[in-house]
Write a protein that binds this ligand. Structure first.
Ligand code: T4K
Length: 388
């Protein structure tokens, strides 16, 4: 008779801390939304939750029109199509790769321009030199949610007759004294991915200045259908489902408490890191006048004064189960599909290249406990060990 090996069931102890953790409304609160979907049988194609969420987000964000999408990447691809952008587009190498991929998906050539050392956003002073007769648009990113230099970018765009499509994936709820940062440029694109400040599991949106543009975008995200028998463009399927939209309606009820907690965590990090030599908190509170931040990320930049390299700290934190992230390393311009471009050479992008090897995004999300923040700061402050 064979005897089964005795197995001790280990309790699952997972004390890993990731760069982010989705903020989820209580599950029980979601059930009534699901019941409505189950009874209506409307699952997608612009159903009632889709319409409600578009309206509710316009009100919450302080914008006029918004078209929901299945994710931020398809929203970016479609935003470029909506304005028939072709040729060359000026963009930043210091972003998530989806920014530039949206150009390649449209057969557009990205032209990388360096970033500003303070904000790590596209440096307006370097844009003009990159404009050629083929340039049709600028695709800046509000990196970490910090607003780009909106006026300077618009001025260049006006002078050269270029469109401005903002990748505002990080900028949910960000404001300046002239209102929502999303109301600038020709279009702004949001992401509602699980890792974002406001999430619908997957999701995204294009913020549009007028109803006509929104209508074009609505057609483009639904195969180009205008009615049952009319297709006006080779559109894609970019529609958000009713489950995601319903979840968004619920998430919106809890967004303010999530943003408050993020602000408190940001303040704690700043206070505890204030005297640590060589550490600069770069999501600086001082932004344009009237800046309301969303604390989407907590990036720190390690100067030469810091005792170890960024990657040493990154690995040390991992050994302690803290999974900070090197957003944005590698630069987009270093990925194989981009690095052959003349503008991708690191000599053209010294500020971005330097930031990519110095920045570490520390964990920030509403459920992050104060004692964990202290643990994280302790590692950042004492990467070589020593008195704590
Ligand atoms: N433009 C910009 C500027 C963007 O940053 C992004 C997306 C886009 C455009 C495109 O928008 P979407 O098409 O994604 O809507 C993450 C996200 O996947 C990506 O959405 C985001 N930017 C980027 C900055 O970060 P990864 O590769 O770092 O994701 P991942 O899976 O490693 O997640 C990070 C951590 O978050 C995990 O270690 C654990 C936690 N997590 C993640 C997921 C997905 C969870 O706790 N639960 C989850 O479901 O890219």
């Amino acid at each position: 008779m064979s005897s089964l090996p005795v197995r001790l069931v280990e309790p699952v102890i997972d004390d890993r801390i990731f760069v982010t953790q989705p903020h989820l409304a209580p599950l029980a609160e979601f059930l009534p939304y699901l019941e409505k979907i189950w009874s209506s049988k409307v699952l997608t194609n612009g159903g009632p939750f889709h319409q409600q969420l578009e309206q509710a987000l316009c009100e919450y964000l302080g914008v006029e029109h918004l078209a929901l999408f299945t994710n931020g990447t398809l929203a970016l691809v479609t935003a470029l199509q909506a304005h028939r952008i072709t040729g060359e587009v000026i963009t930043t190498p210091y972003s998530f790769v989806a920014t530039a991929h949206s150009l390649l998906w449209n057969g557009i050539k990205p032209v990388f321009v360096d970033v500003d050392p303070d904000t790590l956003n596209l440096d307006p002073e370097k844009i003009e030199a990159a404009i050629t007769p083929q340039t049709t648009a600028i695709l800046p990113v509000h990196c970490y949610g910090r607003p780009c230099n909106l006026d300077a970018i618009q001025k260049i765009a006006d002078n050269y007759n270029l469109k401005v499509i903002y990748d505002a994936a990080h900028a949910f709820g960000v404001k300046t004294d002239v209102g929502s940062v999303l109301a600038h440029g020709d279009l702004s694109v949001l992401s509602f991915h699980a890792t974002k400040v406001f999430n619908t599991f997957e999701g995204g949106a294009v913020v549009c200045p007028d109803a006509k543009t929104k209508q074009r975008i609505d057609h483009l995200k639904n195969f180009g259908f205008v009615d049952e028998v009319t297709v006006v463009a080779p559109g894609i399927n970019g529609k958000m489902s009713e489950i995601n939209a319903a979840f968004g309606m619920l998430q919106l009820k809890h967004i303010d408490e999530a943003l408050e907690r993020r602000a408190a965590i940001d303040a704690t990090y700043r206070r505890l890191l204030a005297d640590v030599k060589g550490v600069r908190c770069i999501s600086a509170l001082e932004g344009p006048s009237g800046y309301v931040a969303n604390h989407a990320y907590f990036p720190i930049l390690l100067s030469d004064e810091y005792p170890v390299e960024r990657d040493t700290l990154f690995n040390l934190m991992r050994e302690h189960n803290i999974f900070a992230r090197r957003y944005f390393y590698p630069l987009i311009s270093d990925f194989p599909m981009y690095r052959g471009l003349p503008s991708a050479q690191s000599s053209n992008l010294p500020v971005a290249a330097d930031a990519a090897r110095r920045v570490l995004c520390l964990p920030i999300y509403p459920a992050l406990a104060d004692h964990d923040i202290e643990r994280i700061v302790d590692l950042v402050a004492h990467p070589l060990g020593g008195a704590h």
